[in-house]
Design a protein around this ligand. Sequence first.
Ligand SMILES: C[S@@+](CC[C@H](N)C(=O)[O-])C[C@H]1O[C@@H](n2cnc3c(N)ncnc32)[C@H](O)[C@@H]1O
Length: 207
Amino acid sequence: MENIFKKKLFKALQQAWSSWYPKHIEVALSFSHVRHCQVLADRLDLLNELPKNAVVAELGVEYGLFSKEILHRCSPKELFLVDTWPSSQMKESCMKNVVAHEKTFFKQTTSVNYLNEVEENTLDWVYIDTDHTYMTTKLELLAAAKAVKNDGFICGHDYTSISYSGLKRYGVVEAVNEFCVKQNYEFIYLTSETTRHISFALRKIKE
Ligand SMILES: C[S@@+](CC[C@H](N)C(=O)[O-])C[C@H]1O[C@@H](n2cnc3c(N)ncnc32)[C@H](O)[C@@H]1O
């Protein structure tokens, strides 16, 4: 009896889930998109692997906790910290957390606006960590492809479908895989956090 109730409840929840979160496009990767991919333990290891003394942008910064790690581990030549910062308290905490050196610039705007205003082929790498929806991520990736140098990296957080709490649906996997296939990019790094809040680094496939 209890099992039948559980099954019915599960089915009802599945139906509700599908109506709240409609499916995104599903584009399958092929071997050419993953053959050079290295698996790293976590996103701090990813920072250790990314170019140093580089021109970098973090898109979606919040309190600047990951920005601190970028500064510490990568010593960027220039670091652009981009966020809409919905509250001034958040922006102020971020500015306190990131003990900004003269090459750190705070940009209060959307990720896509920022990328579209940057001169083409000027960033060495970006790290995308904003709202994780399919549509925002798709637009960010396309804009990043222009702003980032040809041999640069487009990185980001939350290459996952569902948050660890199980309460939030992300569209990052669909947007990233579609981008790789349509724009000819490959995975160079994927991280492997237990929470599955995985980071990725993409690079244009060399012809
Ligand atoms: C998950 S937090 C970023 C966390 C940060 N990268 C870290 O690891 O500590 C997401 C941030 O993205 C910002 N955000 C959401 N949508 C955005 C957009 N379209 N453009 C810029 N920032 C955005 C939010 O204000 C929030 O501060």
